[in-house]
Design a protein around this ligand. Structure first.
Ligand code: 87F
Length: 633
């Protein structure tokens, strides 16, 4: 497996290098054309073929016949014939294309194709109905694409993985990048992150947590100081080994988390009880060089998070904070992202090594039947205090060691939101986190008062914006209303307002909900109240529907046979457990397979009654608690 991966990496690197050389050959080095060419070509080249089509806009202009020719000319993106094809792509300067707003490529191997910048229109033109065949590895033809008639090639139920990849790109959340596992987060995603950040940052400030920033780089000595904690994670640590052409004398690690970066300074800054509590947080990026299946937001090699690190004089204070933070994480998921989560404690096996106990909020993805850890709040006990000598003198002049916590949530939150709420039309954003809560679309007809309709749209946006609603009008004149509907549906805007001649005449607007498609005519007199009410309803409905779906997947069971069956049915399992580490290891071993092993997700704080004499589902020993089990991300 390792050798296979290494070979893959090698092939990709070679093909990538070939593309770079070609880009340089075909364009003037360092010119904007060249930069553009490389920026479009390289991600397209690294993608699997169906993604190339989605991301490599020019390819969308190919006719069926041209596609056939192209497909038969090479089998895979790292095939030399792909390079041959690429060699025949020419960059057309924008001056030559009147209707074009940006650089694009002109493909002339298969006949000259005029390119203009109509991404969504391209999708429509491409819909020829029925399944489509694409080139794929090994020369085998495989049906990978089915037209849904909705702008996405895959449905959420039929091919969840491909659906997800397509939604995050077409919904303009991310763009693929030429380093595997790294993604460009576009404004549409970052604005969601910022809304959560604004909430969480204000809440932790109320708790007297202060923001700070520690360096990205870690010296090897410091990183390895706390061996227990770093041991299992070592393969994921990325290192800088060179500057320019010269090898660094001592390689430098890139932070995968900041305990070892921060705690030497906690030791320096904490002297007496008056220095406590010390509560710091940083908003930053971290790098973990994961090798398993990278997925945008869910598992990426670099991600954004906040990490809080606090130190207290007593365990009680630390315990209290662990739960306060966990409640904020619940709030982010349930109140902002409209995703039901379970608060609970992690098993011994799943507890952060080096910590005392770990709590988390756990979400569930019904389509894949996998649990997903939403955020964690750890009590570290005094383990790190011992290692880093974080001592203080109390009121009585006695020496003591601090009690520490650490807690984090990351951009994974956004991926969970996409997975839970998205549908076959694209993203579905909960109003509380949507950069744009409402889009106003003019629907002019021939001979209608177009100017009047446009004015009404502008006025509607002004009224709503004044009331604090994030609204915009889509007044672009080169797209039809229908195209705009699909486009904003793909991007998941919670509410659409359409204004046509009839609406203008009746002093009303038509509101269409993204979550359920419901249409309502609203008098412009009550616009603000009605819209606010609808946004609240959408927020609530998204949560209710997600909870219903999650709850429908929960299976409460008591025996190993039931466990195995439920696991096969993608259930979220709640089972009585003896709470022994060896038994969890055994469950993992017995469920190992292609889909990944089952593990404990959390022991919920809210425990159903456990009758005397209840046995552990896996060992038959006396059960101590109810615990959630399942496959997970
Ligand atoms: C990967 C490489 C190196 C997770 C890693 O959860 C170290 C680590 O320590 C590592 N992956 N972890 C655990 C992180 C624990 C903790 N850190 C602060 C949190 C919350 C924020």
């Amino acid at each position: 497996m390792g050798a296979e991966l290494a070979a893959d990496e090698g092939r990709n690197a070679a093909a990538l290098a070939a593309c770079r050389t070609l880009a340089e050959e075909l364009t003037e080095e360092g010119s904007s054309e060249s930069r553009y060419f490389v920026s479009r070509l390289i991600p397209a080249h690294k993608d699997p073929p169906y993604k190339q089509e989605a991301n490599f806009h020019s390819s969308k202009h190919l006719t069926t016949e041209q596609w056939t020719k192209l497909k038969s000319s090479f089998v895979h993106f790292d095939d030399p014939s792909f390079c041959e094809w690429i060699r025949n792509l020419k960059v057309v300067p924008p001056e030559k294309r009147r209707s074009c707003r940006r650089w694009d490529l002109n493909i002339d191997l298969l006949g000259v194709i005029e390119v203009d910048d109509m991404a969504g229109v391209e999708q429509r033109q491409n819909k020829s109905g029925g399944g489509k065949y694409f080139f794929c590895s090994g020369g085998k033809k495989k049906e990978v694409k089915k037209e849904t008639g909705l702008g996405l090639s895959f449905t959420k139920d039929e091919n969840f993985g491909e659906w997800y990849s397509e939604v995050v790109v077409n919904g303009e959340m991310i763009e693929y990048y030429d380093i595997s596992g790294c993604y460009i987060l576009r404004p549409w995603a970052i604005s969601i992150w910022e809304i959560m950040q604004t909430f969480f940052d204000a809440e932790i400030k109320k708790m007297k947590v202060k923001n700070c920033y520690f360096p990205l780089f870690v010296s090897p000595g410091v990183l390895q100081k706390e061996k227990d904690h770093i041991e299992g994670f070592a393969p994921e640590v990325a290192w800088v080994t060179k500057s320019g052409e010269s090898e660094l004398e001592v390689p430098i690690a890139i932070r995968p988390t900041s305990e070892t970066v921060m705690y030497p300074y906690y030791s320096k800054w904490i002297r007496g009880h008056r220095d406590l509590p010390l509560k710091l947080n940083q908003w930053c990026n971290v790098v973990r060089w994961e090798f398993s299946n990278p997925t945008p937001f869910i598992r990426s090699r670099e991600f954004l998070w906040q990490e809080g690190h606090t130190a207290f004089a007593t365990k009680e204070e630390a315990d209290t904070e662990v739960l306060q933070i966990l409640e904020l994480y619940r709030c982010i998921y349930e109140e902002f992202l409209a995703i039901p989560v379970t608060k609970g404690r992690k098993s011994e096996l799943e507890t952060f090594a080096g910590g005392l106990y770990t709590t988390s909020v756990e979400a569930f993805i019904p389509n894949t039947g996998r649990g997903i850890q939403g955020a964690t709040s750890h009590c570290l006990g005094q383990n790190f205090a011992k290692m880093f000598e974080i001592n203080f003198e109390n009121e009585k002049g006695e020496k003591g060691m601090v009690w520490q916590n650490s807690w984090a949530y990351s951009t994974r939150t956004i991926g969970v939101m996409v997975m839970v709420h998205g549908d076959d039309k694209g993203l579905v954003l909960p109003p509380k986190v949507a950069a744009l809560q409402l889009i106003v679309i003019p629907v002019p007809y021939k001979d209608a008062d177009t100017q009047g309709i446009f004015d009404a749209c502008v006025a509607t946006v002004a009224t709503l914006s004044d009331a604090g609603i994030r609204a915009e009008a889509d007044l672009r004149d080169n797209y039809s209303p229908g195209w705009k509907y699909s486009n904003w549906e793909m991007k998941g805007v919670p509410l659409r307002i359409e204004i046509g001649p009839r609406d203008l005449a009746n002093n009303q607007v038509r509101a269409v909900r993204r979550d359920n498609g419901a249409k309502t005519d609203i008098s412009r007199v009550f616009l603000v109240e009605q819209v606010k009410g609808m946004l609240d309803k959408i927020q609530q409905n998204l949560f209710d529907v997600a909870k219903q779906k999650r709850d429908a997947c929960v299976e409460v069971l008591k025996t190993w046979e039931e466990f195995v069956t439920a696991l096969g049915q993608k259930k979220l399992i709640l089972a009585p457990w003896c709470d022994e580490e060896d038994v969890e290891k055994d469950v993992k071993a017995r469920t190992k397979g292609d889909m990944g092993a089952a593990k404990s997700l959390c022991t919920p704080f809210e425990q159903p009654e456990l009758p005397e004499g209840t046995k552990c589902f896996a060992s038959g020993k006396p059960a101590k608690k109810w615990t959630y089990w399942g496959r997970s991300y």
